[in-house]
Design a protein around this ligand. Sequence first.
Ligand SMILES: NC(=O)c1ccc[n+]([C@@H]2O[C@H](COP(=O)([O-])OP(=O)(O)OC[C@H]3O[C@@H](n4cnc5c(N)ncnc54)[C@H](O)[C@@H]3O)[C@@H](O)[C@H]2O)c1
Length: 288
Amino acid sequence: MGSIVQPEQILKRDPDGFLKNNVLDLFSLKGRTIVITGGARGIGLALAFAVAEVGGNVAILDAAAKPHEHYQLLKERHDVKVEHYQSDVTKYEVLKETFAQIVQHFGRIDGLVTAAGICPDEPFLDRNPESVARCMNINVLGTYYAAQLAAAQMAKQEPSEANPHGGSIVLIASIAAYVASKGQTTSDYCASKGAVVSLARALGVELAMKGIRVNSISPGYMMTDMTLDLADKYPHLAAIMTTEPPMKRMGDRTDLKGLIVYLLSKASAYQTSEDILVTGGIHAGRLM
Ligand SMILES: NC(=O)c1ccc[n+]([C@@H]2O[C@H](COP(=O)([O-])OP(=O)(O)OC[C@H]3O[C@@H](n4cnc5c(N)ncnc54)[C@H](O)[C@@H]3O)[C@@H](O)[C@H]2O)c1
């Protein structure tokens, strides 16, 4: 007969940890460095504010040479380090060099948010291979490369007081991973966001033992320059974006700020491989 392992030998018995961990401390990003791809405007820039507001340093990485005017406000308002790097998530060697610069300037990487993305709108039967490849390159491969470069740094860096172990990666997916967008023809976009959700799920498992957590967020219709441009171009979309959600409004980028801090911080220390939908209820159904 083999020996019986007693529960005491398996369990590290400390059921009272919650008494030592104040919830406000759990949500702090003080002393951590977060890289945000696509952070020069839109959702990425709003998430940069969220990070800075809870004390995190922010490295924005974007194809745009000049960030939105709110970037200046981000730099002035908060007593944290904020830098913008012009780069391209589809060009692996260029991206690798940008990550190396970020590590040189900030010393480390504790979190990554991948908000760089595009959303072409063209019927499936009219799509040409170059334009489909561009969408896949930015939304899927760009996300993959950025996650890989961030994880490589997180795995090898020394622990810090602010972050003793690993890091947190948050991929921005979309409700489009689950349902076709009403009034839009976005086949490659939907496919790309399905891939992003699957990537987070797989990486969360593969990187768990390195202390790196990977989750994704799937927003519904959020009010950004991208969606406002669409609404100006196609007025029927403005109506859809405000009436389709059961809550009967578009999301404001504020609606993602708490969630990104949660996912990047110790508050979500036991959560990985999850996709969190923030859609005003679209994913669940319609009342009428
Ligand atoms: N706005 C929404 O309603 C909504 C809903 C669901 C998901 N999303 C997703 O959120 C992300 C951000 O969307 P947004 O509305 O803020 O869009 P946006 O166009 O305002 O911002 C996207 C940013 O990505 C950058 N970018 C594009 N290609 C790049 C590249 N090759 N390398 C580096 N940066 C690049 C752009 O310069 C831009 O600053 C996207 O992935 C989008 O699919 C948006």
